[in-house]
Design a protein around this ligand. Structure first.
Ligand SMILES: [Zn+2]
Ligand SMILES: [Zn+2]
Length: 136
C-alpha cells in the first residue's frame, strides 16, 4: 500500500499531472478498507476540499481507475464501489450486508488460453456469501 510520499513519487515518475483533488481521493481510498461508493468518497474528500463537487469526484475516479491507481467493481446490489488497492486480490461480498472483505490470494489465470479470444483488460475476483456477523 502506498503512503502519501510514495503516491507523489509514483506520480512524478509517470510524469503525469495529478491534481490535488486526485491526490486527496487517493489518500482517502488508501487509508480505508471499506470499498466505498463515490458518494461516500465525496463526503470524506469534501472535509478537506470543501469546494469539490460530486461530478469532479466521478471524473477523477474514472481517471484513477483508467490509470490503474484504483479498482472499480460492482457489489451485490450492483452499486459501484472503489478500492484503493489495485493489486490482485479476491473480494468476499456479503449478500446480506453488502460488506466487502479482501482476501489476499491470487487465483491464477492461464492468460495464454485467452489469447485466441482477445485481449484481457480487467480480471475481477468476486466470491459471494454471508459473512459471520450476518450468519449469527
Ligand atoms: Zn454480512
Ligand atoms: Zn479490495
Amino acid at each position: 500500500m502506498l503512503n502519501t510520499v510514495q503516491i507523489k513519487e509514483k506520480i512524478n515518475q509517470a510524469g503525469e499531472r495529478l491534481t490535488p483533488q486526485r491526490i486527496e481521493i487517493l489518500k482517502y481510498l488508501r487509508s480505508v478498507t471499506c470499498h466505498p461508493t463515490a458518494e461516500i468518497i465525496y463526503t470524506e474528500v469534501k472535509k478537506n476540499i470543501p469546494t469539490i463537487s460530486l461530478g469532479t469526484i466521478y471524473r477523477n475516479l474514472i481517471y484513477l481507475v483508467t490509470k490503474g491507481y484504483i479498482i472499480q467493481f460492482q457489489n451485490n446490489d450492483n452499486i459501484t464501489c472503489y478500492d484503493g488497492n489495485p493489486k490482485d486480490h479476491i473480494h468476499f461480498i456479503c449478500q446480506k450486508c453488502n460488506k466487502v472483505h479482501d482476501i489476499f490470494e491470487t487465483p491464477t489465470i492461464d492468460k495464454a488460453k485467452f489469447d485466441k479470444l482477445g485481449i484481457i483488460n480487467k480480471v475481477e475476483y468476486k466470491v459471494f456469501g454471508v459473512c459471520t456477523e450476518c450468519n449469527q
